[in-house]
Design a protein around this ligand. Structure first.
Ligand code: GLA
Length: 733
């Protein structure tokens, strides 16, 4: 039993393998948070303290007890209007214009298995892998009911949260803010770790102490965004990769979001994650239900590496779905950086021939094959094949490519539209656009109104008509702008549009996968602008960044690794000088960096030397040999590439029987000092063999002193070392 209810004290305890989460319904019916941390028996209600605090009001039913205040007590789902002046999770505008919501406990249920969220992505688990707790809360004055959903996956040290908000009154109300998860800490000093960035430079890690001012991250772009990732960590001051307590929060949603952290007047810390409240005012008619999307929580008392392992495993095994979840991913050649818009069918076929010759698995035809699309100024929305440009039908091209023994993949950007398209000329009202205003263009395109089912249906049909033309087994689903002119012709409540847009997108993706169950989706949004657990429910991999420069990728992939498994990280070797930075790096370095991901190539092999082609053949062979370890092994960050000369990481078999270490030197200097890379996850007392050289290394020395990176001249050298356990010798030998 991972969920226990203690009736006398009304205490809920959620146990996972290593952690405990506890809350209590108090005598007034408020749901208070008691504890989240290392696994423990017992009750933590002793942690609550009461004192008469000036300017912290008291609920009416507390009577003369001036020591009871929601402004001080730790809560599970704080609402506005109860006397808690910290940031609330829920703000509702009631029918009478007031903003109060006072939720009191009504009852609860405990169920086997994990709850589901209709129409939204969510963690899933088998009946025996999870339990669900549903706590029913209600505002007795307005009849607003809130079910707080807790999913407990004990083996993964994961607790999920979501909320169902139901209007059981006779009148319409409006949701003004709905965060999903609130973590209230009674004491302690925490750092907030967030991942900020920009197009082509996503997920830079930043760690700052949580102080007495609100730290807010989020997106108001309609997508989860390049600028802030919807995954954040609260770590005790001083917590490292290997020690200290830290908490991860990951939003299973791909639209606008808000993450908040703040220390309050009594040195207590509140952290919240959920929907962005700007441009959000969601109407709830009588009887209607709203779902606050899911947040994944995990707690590690053994530092950040463990926290990442928990999130990796959860996303890999309980968010990603389909045949490719566990199966090997195709090593692909993508046409984008090879030829951009400039190709015909024969050029693509020649790329495929080169790909087959090098040992690749798949050819991906990127942007430019449809409508009138020789540049990014036109064509989006016209999802029919430009046979004049290709010089053949898509079916014919697909057949020629698959006859080479390759698979065929194709690019779409189904949410976007160019004004210069037949679709726009036919349906100018299908875009998000404010009447009377010129819309903001980005990449010279507009966004389709996915809050309208007829728009989703029409694009769905068009996409299917293309996919039905041949044996197409992969789709790169792109979205190349932020959403700005939030206005749908179909509703008077514009504050619902961004959320409904996401429902439309998720509905499309669900239907697509139902119709093509063996399709591999790779998410993309100008690279990693929608890299979140929500998209990973549909696409087990996401193009991590439009920046393919190996040195920049080290940093982007380092930040990404905190919250997302390596199997999710789309990463390719591209040509040099790199198209984004102009930098030249060795081909081995580019490959080692791309091997911390799904691996592939994004260049025209025709321009490569025979020597490089042979190196590529060897890289592909190596990647395939290591793929199971890379995809399923425990990922360890061995250095911090922002601070250290070497960027180093490792994939370790869970039983410690083998590790793959990858190192890239970021600097080279005269008379270079040594860099020792300390390995992790080996079995103490054992000897390991370097699989390439046969040299034997003691595990403890590799872990405590490290592996010395060879000093070799030249910029950006890279190493890949495979250590395999050999034996446990007697210490006397
Ligand atoms: C986005 C993607 C690229 C490529 C282009 C095509 O920028 O991130 O990989 O597909 O679109 O226009």
């Amino acid at each position: 039993m991972s969920i226990i209810y203690q009736k006398e004290k009304k205490i809920f305890t959620l146990h996972t393998a290593h952690t405990t989460y506890q809350m209590q319904v108090d005598s007034y019916g408020f749901l208070l948070h008691l504890y989240y941390g290392r696994k423990t028996p017992g009750h933590m209600d002793y942690l609550l303290t009461y004192a008469d605090r000036g300017f912290s009001g008291n609920p009416y039913d507390a009577g003369k007890d001036r020591t009871y205040s929601m402004d001080v007590l730790p809560q599970e789902f704080p609402t506005s209007g109860t006397g808690d002046f910290r940031s609330p999770a829920l703000i509702i505008r009631n029918a009478d214009g007031s903003y109060s919501c006072d939720l009191r406990y009504q009852g609860h249920s405990i169920e086997k298995g994990k709850y589901r969220l209709p129409c939204l992505p969510a963690v899933y688990a088998g009946e025996d892998e999870a339990e669900t707790l549903i706590i029913h809360m209600k505002d007795p004055v307005t009849d607003i009911c809130v079910d707080l959903l807790y999913g407990v996956l004990p083996e993964s040290d994961i607790i999920t949260r979501a909320a169902r908000i139901r209007n059981e009154s006779e009148k319409k109300v409006t949701l003004m803010k709905t965060q999903t998860a609130c973590l209230d800490f009674l004491t302690g000093d925490y750092d907030l770790i967030t991942f900020h960035g920009r197009h082509a430079m996503e997920r830079n890690m930043e760690r700052k102490p949580i102080l007495h001012s609100a730290q807010v991250i989020g997106s108001r772009r309609g997508t989860s965004s390049h600028q802030y990732n919807p995954m954040m960590i609260a770590a005790e001051h001083g917590a490292t990769e290997d020690a200290g307590t830290c908490y991860g929060l990951s939003f299973v949603y791909s639209g606008s979001f808000k993450g908040e952290a703040e220390k309050d007047q009594f040195e207590q810390t509140r952290i919240q994650l959920g929907l962005m409240d700007e441009m959000f005012s969601y109407p709830l008619e009588p009887g209607q239900l709203f779902l606050a999307p899911e947040v994944i929580l995990t707690c590690s008392t053994e530092g950040l590496a463990r926290l990442s392992h928990n999130l990796h495993q959860c996303i890999r095994d309980h968010v990603c779905r389909g045949a490719y979840r566990d199966g090997g991913r195709p090593v692909l050649l993508n046409s984008w950086e090879a030829c951009y818009f400039d190709f015909d069918g024969e050029a693509i076929y020649q790329l495929a021939r080169q790909a087959a010759d090098l040992g690749l698995d798949m050819l991906v035809l990127d942007d430019g094959w449809f409508g009138k699309r020789d540049s990014d100024y036109s064509g989006l929305g016209d999802w029919y094949v430009n046979e004049d440009k290709l010089g053949e039908s898509l079916g014919h091209l697909v057949k020629r490519v698959t006859d080479l023994g390759l698979r065929f993949g194709i690019w779409f950007e189904p949410e976007a539209i160019n004004e210069d398209s037949d679709l726009y000329r036919q349906h100018p009202d299908w875009v998000l656009k404010i009447p009377g205003r010129d819309p903001v263009r980005a990449r010279y395109q507009l966004v389709l109104d996915y809050s309208r089912p007829e728009v989703v249906d029409a694009i769905f049909d068009a996409v299917c008509r293309v996919l039905d033309q041949g044996d197409i087994t992969y789709v790169k689903w792109d979205m190349n702008r932020s959403i700005c002119d939030v206005y749908s012709m179909e509703t008077d409540d514009q504050g619902r549009v961004l959320y409904d847009y996401m429902l439309g997108l998720y509905d499309f993706l669900d239907r697509l996968l139902a119709r093509y169950p063996n399709l591999l989706l790779e998410g993309c949004s100008g690279g990693g602008g929608r890299f979140d657990a929500g998209m990973l429910y549909y696409s087990p991999q996401i193009w991590c960044s439009d920046n393919t420069d190996a040195m920049d990728r080290l940093h982007i992939q380092y930040g990404t690794s905190f919250g997302y498994p390596i199997s999710a990280v789309g990463s390719h070797v591209s040509a040099v000088p790199n198209h984004q930075t102009g930098r030249v790096t060795p081909i081995e370095t580019r490959a080692v960096t791309a091997m911390a991901g799904t691996f592939g190539y994004e260049l025209d092999p025709y321009h490569m030397t025979e020597e490089d082609k042979n190196l590529v053949r060897d890289q592909i062979r190596r990647y395939k040999a290591y793929a199971p370890l890379i995809q399923h092994g425990l990922y360890y960050r061995l250095t911090d590439p922002r601070a250290d000369q070497a960027a180093a990481w490792e994939f370790a078999a869970e039983d410690g029987s083998e590790v793959l270490v990858q190192v890239v030197m970021q600097e080279i200097h005269g008379n270079m000092t040594n860099n020792y890379i300390r390995l992790k996850g080996l079995r103490a007392g054992a000897l390991y063999e370097d699989a390439q050289t046969g040299r034997i290394y003691p595990a403890d020395a590799l872990m405590q002193v490290g592996w010395p990176v060879p000093i070799e001249p030249g910029d950006y050298q890279a190493w890949q070392k495979h250590f395999v356990i050999r034996d446990y010798p007697d210490l006397d030998d």
